[in-house]
Design a binder for this molecule. Structure first.
Ligand code: ITT
Length: 194
């Protein structure tokens, strides 16, 4: 099946290419000549995933999915959460967002946090949701050069390395996104959708 991934984030695309089963031909937005921003104006992660997927489905009329991900930090009352992509403000990049988290947490003893991914899948005009959560801790400084976004400061529980120090295959096995895609793949398999 041909399926569109409604994302502008090339790092997510790379991870998801490895996560989707062989039955799917992943189409990215550049292949559809779409280079604009996808609207993302909802107050929840689930709402944003849904908004992104419906926007692309309504525009191109082919089955698609979107991923919205947030990092929730207990000491920051759940921030950056739904604002993870724009935490440091307009015109700032992902590294500025990470630095803002480190600075806000410099006096925090409680380092508990989680990544949460919600996928919205739209198949023939019907929407399905899948979720993945991974619990972990925020470090006091960056470690590792792989991955993207907040990966250099996040150590998943049960591991010593940050996501940015792990091979992609290991991150995908245990991550928020990996868990959500396992659920999506199972659903497609169980319903013989290929
Ligand atoms: P879309 O086009 O898919 O919306 P985005 O970059 O805007 O891409 P999100 O709103 O879902 O994506 O993600 C919020 C931010 O959280 C994102 O910009 C990254 O910096 C960060 N992020 C998302 N997934 C991550 C991951 O697996 N590891 C580390 N940081 C991640």
């Amino acid at each position: 099946m041909r399926i569109v991934f409604a994302t502008q984030n090339q790092n997510k695309l790379r991870e998801v290419q490895a996560l989707l089963g062989d039955n799917f031909q992943l189409v990215d937005l550049t292949q559809l000549n779409f280079h604009d921003d996808i609207p993302e104006n909802q107050p929840t992660i689930r709402g944003n995933a849904s908004e992104k997927a419906w926007f692309i489905y309504n525009k191109f009329g082919i089955s698609c999915f979107a991923d919205d991900t947030g990092l929730e930090i207990d000491a920051l009352n759940g921030a950056p959460g739904v604002y993870s992509a724009r935490y440091a403000g307009p015109g700032r990049d992902a590294h500025d967002n990470l630095l803002k988290v480190l600075s806000e947490m410099k006096d925090s003893k409680n380092r508990d946090a989680r990544f949460k991914t919600i996928l919205s899948l739209i198949l023939d005009g019907k929407e399905f949701f899948f979720e993945g959560i991974v619990q972990g801790k925020i470090l006091e400084r960056e470690k590792g050069i792989d991955g993207f976004g907040y990966d250099p400061i996040f150590v998943p529980n049960g591991y010593e390395q940050t996501f940015a120090e792990m091979p992609l295959a290991l991150k995908n096995e245990i991550s928020h996104r990996g868990i959500a895609f396992k659920a999506l793949n199972n659903y497609l398999k169980q319903n013989s959708i290929r």
